[in-house]
Design a protein around this ligand. Structure first.
Ligand SMILES: NC(=O)c1ccc[n+]([C@@H]2O[C@H](COP(=O)([O-])OP(=O)(O)OC[C@H]3O[C@@H](n4cnc5c(N)ncnc54)[C@H](OP(=O)(O)O)[C@@H]3O)[C@@H](O)[C@H]2O)c1
Length: 263
C-alpha cells in the first residue's frame, strides 16, 4: 500500500501535514512518541476520510536504532513510502555552556541523526521505483547562527545543506527533495524548548504546510515560509555575518541572561 510517512505527527506542523495529506486522499503513517495522541488523530482521519488508511507508529526517533526499527516495521506492513516527511525535532534555549549536554546531544540525535538515517533508508526504494519525495523540515534558523539557540540553529543549518545536496543528487532519479524553512510558527515548539517567550510574527502551521506542498509540486530545493521571513533571510546576506549574529543574539537572549556583552 502506498503511503506518506510523517515524523513528529502528534502535534504542530507534522499533525497539519497529516491532516492536509489525508484530506487529499493519501494514506498516512504518523510517527512520534505519544501513542495516544497519534491513535486519536488516526481514528479521526479514518472517520473523516473513509478511503484513507491512517496508521500510528509510536517511536522515540532519538534512540540509536529507531530509524532502522521503523523502516523494518513499515516493510513488515507492506507500506510503500512514496513521501517521507522528516519533521520531528525540538530546540533548546540558553547559554550553551550552561545547558544540559545530554539534551543537546539528544537534539542532534533527533534533528540530524534520525533524519539522515530515515532519508537513507527510504531513499533507496524511492530511487529503485524512480518516484518519491522527501520533505526535511529545517528552519529560518538554518540561515545564520542563533546565539542562545546555538545547537538548534546548527542542526537546522545541517538539514538545509543536506537537503539541498540531495535535491541535486536525486533529480535525475525521479526523487524530489525539499528543505522546508518555517519561521516562528504557532505550535508546541516554544513550550517544548522551555523558552521563556515566543518571538513575534508567527505563522500558522497550516500556512507553513501549504507553502511546503506547493513548493514540492514546483520542484523547489528549499522554501522559506512567509514573505516576512523570506525578506529577512535575503536582507541578512547584505550585512556582515557578525552583525547578523549579534542581532539574532539580542532577539533570542533569555531574560535570565545578563547582557554584559563585550564589543
Ligand atoms: N514552531 C516553530 O516556530 C518552528 C520554526 C521552524 C522550524 N520548526 C521545526 O518544525 C518541526 C516541527 O515542530 P513543531 O513546530 O510542529 O513543534 P511541536 O508541536 O513541538 O512538534 C514536534 C513533534 O516532534 C515530535 N517529537 C519530539 N521528539 C521526538 C522524538 N524523540 N521521537 C519522535 N518524535 C518526536 C513530537 O511528538 P512527541 O512529543 O509525541 O514525540 C511532535 O509531534 C521541528 O523540526 C521544528 O524544529 C518549528
Amino acid at each position: 500500500m502506498k503511503a506518506t510517512l510523517i515524523t513528529g505527527a502528534s502535534s504542530g506542523i507534522g499533525e497539519v501535514f497529516a491532516r492536509r495529506l489525508a484530506a487529499r486522499g493519501e494514506n498516512v503513517v504518523l510517527v512520534a512518541r505519544s501513542a495516544e495522541k497519534l491513535n486519536a488523530i488516526c481514528n479521526e482521519l479514518g472517520r473523516a476520510h473513509g478511503d484513507v488508511v491512517a496508521q500510528a507508529l509510536a517511536f522515540d526517533l532519538s534512540e540509536a536504532d529507531a530509524p532502522e526499527r521503523l523502516f523494518a516495521e513499515t516493510e513488515r506492513r507492506g507500506l510503500e513510502v512514496e513521501t517521507l516527511i522528516n519533521n520531528a525535532g525540538f530546540g533548546s534555549q540558553g547559554e550553551f555552556a550552561t545547558l544540559e549536554l545530554a539534551r543537546e546531544l539528544n537534539m542532534i540525535d533527533l534533528n540530524i541523526k534520525a533524519l539522515v538515517a530515515l532519508t537513507h533508508l527510504y531513499l533507496a526504494p524511492m530511487r529503485e521505483r524512480r518516484r518519491g519525495a522527501i520533505i526535511n523540515v529545517a528552519s529560518t534558523a538554518a540561515f545564520q547562527a542563533v546565539p542562545y539557540m546555538t545547537t538548534y540553529a546548527a542542526t537546522k543549518a545541517f538539514v538545509l545543506s543536506f537537503s539541498e545536496g540531495l535535491w541535486e543528487e536525486n533529480r535525475a532519479h525521479g526523487v524530489r527533495v525539499l528543505a522546508l524553512c518555517p519561521g516562528v510558527t504557532t505550535t508546541n515548539f516554544f513550550a517544548a524548548a522551555q523558552m521563556d517567550f515566543t518571538p513575534p510574527g508567527a505563522q500558522s502551521p497550516e500556512a507553513v504546510v501549504d507553502t511546503a506542498l506547493s513548493a514540492l509540486e514546483r520542484g523547489r530545493a528549499h522554501v522559506i515560509s512567509g514573505w516576512g521571513n523570506y525578506l529577512r533571510t535575503q536582507a541578512e546576506r547584505l550585512v556582515p555575518r557578525s552583525v547578523v549574529t549579534r542581532v539574532a543574539g539580542s532577539l533570542f537572549r533569555p531574560r535570565t541572561v545578563k547582557t554584559e556583552v563585550q564589543s
